[in-house]
Design a protein around this ligand. Structure first.
Ligand SMILES: Cc1ncc(COP(=O)(O)O)c(C=O)c1O
Length: 420
């Protein structure tokens, strides 16, 4: 059989919704245009944007733009050429990872080119076939892909179920002992869909009873959680118990790249073992110098985090006060949980964008159960109380229409949707 024919026959989990992209780039690969700020343009019209992980508003901050531009002017995107281990190193790279480690309360840090490949490769470097991984069922795709590469056993526990985690730890420890391996527990600081924090304190407490190492993906927690913004480990007071702390630069840091931090001997060992770094060109200078500037601002401007949390509290309290279900989030990620089919979800999003000028992401089956719709709101320091009010009023209006069944047919003004 022709490989491509076979490939194209399999629509994949989202293929069933290909009819949605009749108006290309409406649902999939939408193009937000203009400066990165609360109000941007979508298909020529201004929209209030709630779908960027630019938590602290750094993406378009004038000081950041200046640092990025000057670094690009001075260094270009080429330098340093080669993988870090060979010819791709610089004092700036060393400085950046040490500053990240200091901020995360760890001895040493290591830069990664991307979060996704980076964390996959770090997990791959940490374990071999004798080792056992125990992980939360709702971990991000990059962790799931790391598990796919793992040649040894892995045991999943239901999301945030610490008892389940302990049960799996007992099984894992038995097997690891028999095989002469160790145990790695993986969870997230903040889960990006639900906004729940991982139960880092309770999992860390299991260390008194079981032997394991603890890796936390804190993509959404770094910069947003904890007194100084050092992340969810700081928020729970268990940063020390996290053996490998990971975060991407793609969210609060509004850039590209990622890092891990931990004990110096382990990080130094990993420098020679993380394949996505050994066999790939290192981060270009503007990303490193721009990253240093972002970290400095994240550390020294608590007002950005305060502003973020003022917006988070206003919108989350507002949703709750108006009777919306936002699940059990205790982070900035704000999922508004509604019930409806795919057509209703799409019409609601069209109405929100076209008539209320609000842009947020829609999450539907198979990412979540059938019949459930999540409109995910990501508050940032760029938003204002007026933005919050406008959004809450718009959500009140669309929720009433949803309850009245208005979205059941493709009858909303501006709607183009009707499953053919
Ligand atoms: C929890 C989590 N881990 C890892 C990543 C991947 O990071 P990156 O975008 O740097 O590849 C993401 C998404 O950005 C994420 O949400």
């Amino acid at each position: 059989m022709d490989l491509f024919k076979k490939l194209l026959n399999d629509e994949g989990p989202l293929g069933q919704y290909s009819f949605l992209d009749k108006d290309v780039n409406y649902y999939f690969f939408p193009k937000l245009e203009g400066e990165i700020q609360a109000r941007m343009k979508f298909k020529g019209k201004e929209v209030l944007t709630w779908s960027l992980n630019n938590y602290l508003g750094l993406a378009n901050h004038p000081e950041i733009r200046k640092a990025d531009t000057e670094a690009a002017k001075e260094w270009g995107l080429g330098y340093p050429m080669g993988a870090r281990m060979m010819t791709g190193n610089s004092d700036h790279h060393d400085q950046f990872e040490q500053e990240l480690a200091d901020f995360a309360g760890k001895e040493a840090g290591m830069l990664l080119n991307y979060g996704y490949q980076g964390v996959m490769s770090v997990i791959d470097a940490l374990v071999d076939r004798k080792d056992v991984i125990v992980y939360d069922a709702e971990c991000h795709a990059c962790i799931i892909d790391a598990l796919r590469m793992h040649l040894g056993k892995r045991y999943v526990f239901p999301h945030n179920d610490v008892e389940g985690c302990e049960k799996q730890l007992q099984r894992a420890a038995k097997l690891a002992d028999k095989q002469g391996g160790g145990v790695l527990v993986i969870t997230e600081g903040v889960f990006g869909m639900s906004g729940n924090t991982g139960k880092l304190d309770e999992i860390a407490a299991l260390k008194s009873k079981h032997e394991f190492r603890f890796l936390v993906d804190d993509a959404h927690g770094f910069g947003t959680m904890g007194d100084t913004g050092a992340g969810t480990g700081e928020y729970f007071g268990v940063q020390k118990e996290i053996d490998i702390y990971f975060s991407t630069f793609a969210k609060s840091m509004a850039s590209i790249g990622a890092f891990i931090a931990g004990d110096k001997n382990v990080i130094d060992h990993l420098r020679y073992k993380v394949r996505s770094q050994i066999f790939a060109k290192s981060l270009p200078m503007p990303l490193v110098i721009g990253g240093l500037k972002r970290l400095e601002m994240l550390r020294t401007m608590p007002e950005l985090r305060e502003k973020l949390w003022a917006i988070v509290n206003a919108i989350q309290d507002g949703f709750k006060g108006r009777g919306f279900n936002i699940g059990t989030t205790n982070s900035p990620v704000t999922p508004v949980v509604l019930h409806g089919d795919v057509i209703e979800a799409c019409n609601m999003v069209i109405d929100l964008r076209e008539n209320y000028h609000i842009f947020c992401s829609m999450i539907i089956y198979p990412v979540i159960p059938k019949g459930m719709v999540i409109l995910r709101i990501i508050p940032t320091a760029m938003h204002s109380p007026e933005d919050v009010e406008q959004t809450l009023n718009a959500f009140d209006a669309i929720k009433s229409k949803l309850d009245e069944g208005v979205y059941k047919e493709a009858g909303v003004e501006g709607a183009f949707l009707a499953k053919s």
